[in-house]
Design a protein around this ligand. Structure first.
Ligand code: DQA
Length: 147
């Protein structure tokens, strides 16, 4: 069975209550339950992790070294964490960067992602569906096939 790690960064534990106009009304637990069901239907299992602390996120990424893929919403750390970027670059597993909001349509500082250049790809602007799209990307795109 394929293993996918789903890692969320700071303030993502507040989903459902946090800026619902921007991030929607689903809690992180509800989103995770959906991804878990979608993964099971595709023959995969997920491990979920959320932290507000940079070092804990780094450790979680390192722990996913041999996973079949990582879905990562590093939230605000996306825009300035060299440590998270280095962890993504280090591990063998492909990482898909997810943002619920369209970061390119927001403040200038959100347009820069330190993580994007070391990820397999990025998904931004599709709300909670972004996690499902990332799951499909990891399970349906086969390494070596090219774009
Ligand atoms: C976010 C976008 C980030 O800029 C922001 O700091 C977040 C959430 C998103 O999912 O749209 O916390 O990663």
């Amino acid at each position: 069975m394929k293993k996918i790690a789903v890692i969320n960064g700071p303030n993502m534990n507040l989903l459902g209550r946090r800026e619902p106009d921007r991030y929607g009304s689903l809690t992180l637990e509800a989103i995770n339950a959906r991804i878990e069901a979608e993964a099971a239907a595709l023959g995969a299992e997920c491990e979920f992790f959320q932290s507000n602390l940079e070092g804990e996120i780094v450790t979680a990424i390192q722990g996913a070294w041999d996973a079949d893929g990582v879905i990562l919403n590093a939230a605000a750390y996306t825009h300035y964490s060299v440590a998270i970027r280095d962890a993504v670059a280090a591990i063998a597993a492909p990482v898909v960067e997810v943002h619920m909001s369209n970061v390119h349509a927001r403040e200038g500082f959100r347009r820069r992602s330190l993580i994007a250049p070391v990820c397999a790809g990025s998904i931004s602007g599709f709300g909670a569906a972004g996690y499902s799209l990332a799951l499909l990307a990891l399970l349906k795109c086969h390494a070596g096939e090219g774009p």
